[in-house]
Write a protein that binds this ligand. Structure first.
Ligand SMILES: Cc1cc2nc3c(=O)[nH]c(=O)nc-3n(C[C@H](O)[C@H](O)[C@H](O)COP(=O)(O)OP(=O)(O)OC[C@H]3O[C@@H](n4cnc5c(N)ncnc54)[C@H](O)[C@@H]3O)c2cc1C
Length: 325
């Protein structure tokens, strides 16, 4: 059952920051993740601050020389259906259309997708795990089928977002505003790995919110894609996923950005794959080498070694598909 809280809908960012400066306040965007967390008592909130009345957070400022800026409150359905996103930032459109179900994409926002809490059943369940202030990560000796194979260290969650790896592959920047002003971070610097702090998922400070996601201007020769593998076709989180942002000159890869989902506590940049494919034609030997390089540093737990061949196959298929597209 949900505990009582006060619900407010400020009309401006300044008003929102005033509410968010009160201890116990939580940002509410679409609420598809937040309300589940409150219902399951993952954390509590005395005040829920809805951003839904702040119109400026829902604008999409179109392309051109300065790239594209997508307001954090833009729904996943709007992102997936936007013609400019589909044409120039294909990986993002594909990732947004792969999130959950049509109902959740209608309600869930891009900003909320980046800031959502982990789906680990110990974290979400009735367990006082490390991330919730306890002493241990129960996944290490427990049920770890869906946990990470990279970057686990103390806590073995996987980052649940589909859009974050796509935004990483597209070199997006996250714009943040708070009581102390504004700043922006590259997508790969926005999420916090357990090695830095196992209590935090993002670098947002107290009272700060994500306002916009900025995509760089479209580059000639850029092709991008996102694909995830899940246990069920209806709606499900990624068991493994791969986002590619490759700049081709002819049939050769000039630049590569590769991010993996479903396998690490943060969107996982695979510099190993990037190194293998840069300067190469994506023939079968190269893509095999890239897939092998991707999993070299994998450290599976007791029940999730299946993610290694799954990821290898996915990377090979996606690299061959993008070369042929
Ligand atoms: C059944 C189900 C299936 C799902 N499947 C998927 C899936 O396949 N892939 C996937 O990626 N996600 C999935 N999700 C997770 C979630 O619904 C989506 O990620 C959605 O995009 C969250 O957006 P929201 O606007 O509803 O966020 P909210 O629930 O409003 O917020 C989520 C969190 O982010 C914070 N927050 C929200 N917006 C901001 C902001 N602008 N600035 C700072 N903090 C903010 C909130 O305080 C909260 O902690 C699923 C959820 C459910 C319930």
């Amino acid at each position: 059952m949900l505990a009582n809280f006060i619900y407010v809908r400020p009309k401006s960012l300044d008003e929102a920051f005033r509410y968010l400066s009160i201890q116990g306040s939580r940002v509410h965007a679409g609420g598809t993740d937040l309300l589940g967390c409150l219902r399951d008592h993952v954390f509590e909130a005395s005040k829920v601050v809805s951003l839904s009345n702040i119109k400026s957070l829902r604008e999409i400022k179109k392309g051109g020389q300065s790239g594209m800026r997508i307001g954090a409150l833009t729904t996943l359905r709007e992102v997936a259906g936007n013609s400019e996103v589909k044409k120039h930032y294909t990986a993002l459109a594909q990732a947004a259309s792969e999130v959950a179900s049509p109902q959740l994409r209608n309600q869930g926002t891009l900003g909320g997708n980046l800031c959502q809490k982990p789906r680990c059943w110990y974290y979400r369940g009735d367990f006082h795990c490390l991330r919730k202030g306890g002493e241990e990560c129960f996944a290490v000796a427990g049920e770890n089928t869906f946990h990470c194979i990279f970057g686990g260290e103390s806590c073995y969650i996987v980052h649940p977002s589909d859009t974050a790896p796509a935004l990483g592959a597209l070199a997006a920047r996250i714009h943040i505003r708070g009581p102390k002003g504004q700043r922006s971070l590259a997508l790969e610097d926005f999420h916090v790995p357990p090695s830095k702090d196992y209590r935090k998922e993002t670098r947002l400070g107290p009272g700060e919110i994500v306002t916009e996601i900025e995509l760089p201007p479209h580059v000639e020769g850029l092709r991008s894609s996102y694909r995830k593998v899940r246990a069920r076709q209806s709606w499900d989180f990624a068991l493994a996923g791969v986002a590619l942002g490759l700049v081709f000159k002819g049939d050769q890869v000039q630049k590569a950005r590769v991010f993996l989902s479903g396998v690490a506590p943060v969107p996982w940049r695979s510099r190993e794959v990037e190194e293998v494919v840069t300067g190469k034609r994506l023939d079968e030997a190269t893509v095999r080498k890239a897939a092998e390089a991707a999993v070299q540093r994998a450290k599976p737990l007791g029940q999730n070694a299946y993610k290694i061949p799954l990821l290898c196959g996915l990377i090979e298929e996606q690299l061959l598909a993008i070369a042929r597209s």
